[in-house]
Design a protein around this ligand. Structure first.
Ligand SMILES: Cc1cc2nc3c(=O)[nH]c(=O)nc-3n(C[C@H](O)[C@H](O)[C@H](O)COP(=O)(O)O)c2cc1C
Length: 160
């Protein structure tokens, strides 16, 4: 089972989880980067990222290498933005043919909204269910053993 983790991360939490999961699964990583980077910082990120998420934008991505035929499974990773997926994922999903692939996903959030974001993600993918779903609370900035256990359980479910 060859797995690719496709993720976007503004401030490193999703990247941290993606790397942990890749190490456990022996998966490869593809980090999505918008051409126009979203701002970081205390307020601007919520204004610009929040607007982009609420408007369901499809920001242009920097060129990336993706050989769809090389993978059986895609694991999507994203920060929850305004209770939905961070927009760079939408751009990727709409520009690739993912038919026939197993799809799992993990979300990073501070408090709540991942459940709604997974519904949006499934809608975007045209799927009723994902192989596995994982929700983490700021795994890099607020390390805690519960996140680590959830990562292990998610990977164990995918390993079968
Ligand atoms: C624009 C924006 C909107 C956000 N909306 C939510 C939200 O609806 N619910 C929540 O719990 N956290 C929300 N967050 C917090 C992030 O989802 C959370 O900190 C996540 O771990 C960040 O991942 P990253 O470091 O990979 O970017 C939001 C953050 C940003 C920048």
């Amino acid at each position: 089972m060859k797995t690719l983790i496709v993720y976007y991360s503004l401030e490193g939490n999703t990247a941290y989880a993606a790397e942990r999961i890749a190490a456990e699964l022996g998966a490869e990583l593809l980090c999505l980067k918008p051409v126009k980077a979203y701002p970081t910082g205390k307020i601007r990120k919520y204004i610009w990222g929040g607007k982009s998420a609420v408007m369901s934008e499809t920001p242009q991505l920097q060129p990336y290498e993706y050989d769809g035929g090389a993978y059986d499974r895609i694991v999507f990773g994203f920060p929850v933005w305004a209770s939905t997926i961070a927009p760079p994922l939408r751009t990727f999903i709409r520009s690739q043919d993912l038919k026939g692939k197993r799809i799992a996903a993990f979300a990073c959030q501070t408090a709540a909204g991942a459940d709604k974001a997974f519904v949006k993600l499934k809608g975007e993918l045209g799927l009723d269910a994902l192989e596995a779903e994982l929700t983490l609370l700021d795994p890099k900035t607020k390390p805690n053993p519960e996140n680590e256990q959830k990562i292990r359980d998610f990977c164990a479910a995918l390993k079968g």
